[in-house]
Write a protein of this length. Structure first.
Length: 492
């Protein structure tokens, strides 16, 4: 009898341990997304990017702004187990460093407790399982928005104004306003049973898309048409007494959870800036005037400003000065750190150590007396091959004696790199060829030069300070622009 009791106790203890272990796993991984790639798409690994609140786009230098989850294929299915506290945005990519490329599924919403099955075909994405409704709603929102806007056009009449462009602008505002109201009503529809958290995330993303389209179009109208001061005043007056006040539609919460809201915000401020200036057709978004116009610089403004600078710094005149001016008005370390990193990466003296094909270590600081042209690329990058054949190859021929040309391949496999050099698709054997080796995209040179995509050219002076990273000046469109830039660099 005693032995039986001992056996029973052992069995009970085993059950408790097993139960606790399963319970612990469930607590740790409370959400599951299963992805099936149909139509014969053969991919070994898939990457799920889970965005955090401070994420402001793929150009961000903050690697802490998102988490990566990698799943290996099991019969062309990929299973992701996540630990969530509430709602978060996510997207699906090929397993690679640059999350702006290899997109499999555009940004969507996942919530704690979801168990969703996503089937991705060439021309169709379908969702099923617990929590799939919000994913489906956001996934078809672009089509929904487009359809609603088209139907609104049939019911809105052109205002009685003498300038048709002003009329079209106002019709556009009224159309988008009506679309937003309908979208909000649909999201709040009780039959859909979205949680409050899911509603917040849906509104933040979809309404931001609408605002982006609205103000992007309005900016294009102001930039490409000449309006008199009287006409601008007419626009301002008509908008002033309408229900189109930006703040009425924007919940402050949207700023913190949606990077799309940041993009929309930038377009709104551009529109407001253009309306308030006498030179209405000037497309330059200058900080000096803009910063004095903005009375309250909240965190939402700092996030937007950080996004703008990271996306456009290479096109800004006297960029370092303007970035430092913006930093003087900012306090949030999530964004000031990124902009300071940008200054360190782009405007301070450069150096690196990389291997050449003979396994010799090459230091950038060892080159003296000449400007230096650096081009980052990776194997399989068609844009890199196009850039080389269109511009870089000709520049090497013409300026090879006066400028040091360095080609840097982001690649782990040395043999693949050597073959790529020999192919003359991305680089030539006449210049200095270097590669990152095992660390690939995690090599310090990648973060040092803030390389987030390729091709990525740089022009440095003889002191290793950056002259320009502007892709237009460096011949991404045509060789003549690169030729002009290099002639200035060598003092011709």
């Amino acid at each position: 009898m005693k032995n039986v009791n001992i056996i029973v106790l052992i069995l009970l203890l085993f059950c408790v341990i097993k139960s606790n272990r399963v319970f612990g796993d469930t607590e740790r991984k409370n959400t599951r997304i299963t992805v099936e790639l149909a139509d014969g798409q053969e991919i070994e690994e898939l990457q799920l990017i889970l965005f955090k609140e401070e994420y402001i786009g793929p150009v961000t230098f903050s690697k802490e702004a998102f988490d990566r989850y990698v799943a290996r294929s099991k019969g062309n299915q990929f299973v992701f187990h996540l630990d969530l506290k509430g709602c978060q945005y996510f997207q699906l990519n090929l397993n690679q460093e640059d999350i702006s490329d290899g997109l499999i599924l555009a940004k969507n919403i996942v919530e704690r407790g979801d168990d969703v099955y996503i089937k991705i075909e060439k021309n169709k994405v379908s969702f099923k399982g617990k929590g799939h409704q919000k994913m489906e709603f956001l996934g078809r929102s672009e089509m929904e928005i487009s359809g609603l806007k088209e139907s609104m056009l049939k019911s809105v009449t052109l205002p009685d104004v003498y300038n048709k462009q002003i009329g079209y602008l106002l019709v556009n505002f009224k159309n988008w306003s009506a679309v937003k109201q309908i979208i909000v009503e649909k999201i709040e529809n009780r039959d859909l049973k979205f949680t409050e958290d899911a509603q917040r995330y849906l509104k933040a993303e979809i309404l931001a898309k609408i605002d982006y389209n609205l103000y992007n179009g309005a900016n294009a109208t102001l930039a490409h048409n000449r309006f008199s001061k009287t006409e601008i005043d007419t626009i301002k007056q008509l908008l002033k007494h309408s229900d189109l006040n930006y703040g009425m539609y924007v919940n402050k919460d949207e700023y913190s959870i949606s990077s799309k809201r940041v993009e929309a915000d930038l377009q709104y401020y551009r529109f407001k800036y253009r309306l308030g200036k006498s030179d209405y057709n000037n497309p330059v978004f200058t900080f000096s005037a803009y910063l004095s116009d903005v009375a309250i610089k909240e965190t939402s403004w700092e996030k937007m400003m950080c996004y703008y600078i990271l996306n456009a710094y290479y096109q800004m005149p006297d960029a370092e000065k303007q970035i430092r001016t913006a930093l003087a008005h900012m306090k949030d370390s999530r964004y000031t750190t990124q902009l300071q990193d940008l200054i360190d990466a782009q405007y301070n003296k450069k150096d690196f150590e990389l291997f050449d094909s003979q396994n010799h270590i090459v230091k950038l600081s060892s080159f003296r007396g000449k400007p230096i042209f650096i081009d980052f690329w990776f194997i399989g990058c068609s844009a890199c091959a196009d850039y080389f054949s269109r511009s870089v190859a000709m520049a090497e021929e013409e300026f090879g004696k006066d400028i040091v040309f360095i080609s840097i391949c982001v690649e782990k496999d040395k043999d693949k790199w050597i073959k790529a050099i020999a192919s003359n698709r991305y680089t030539s054997t006449k210049i200095l060829n270097l590669y990152t080796g095992e660390r690939a995209w995690k090599h310090p040179v990648v973060s040092e030069f803030a390389v987030v995509s390729a091709p990525r050219p740089f022009l440095l002076d003889s002191s290793k300070r950056i002259i320009t990273v502007n892709p237009t000046d460096l011949g991404r469109s045509n060789y003549e622009r690169l030729r002009e830039t290099l002639k200035k660099a060598v003092g011709e």
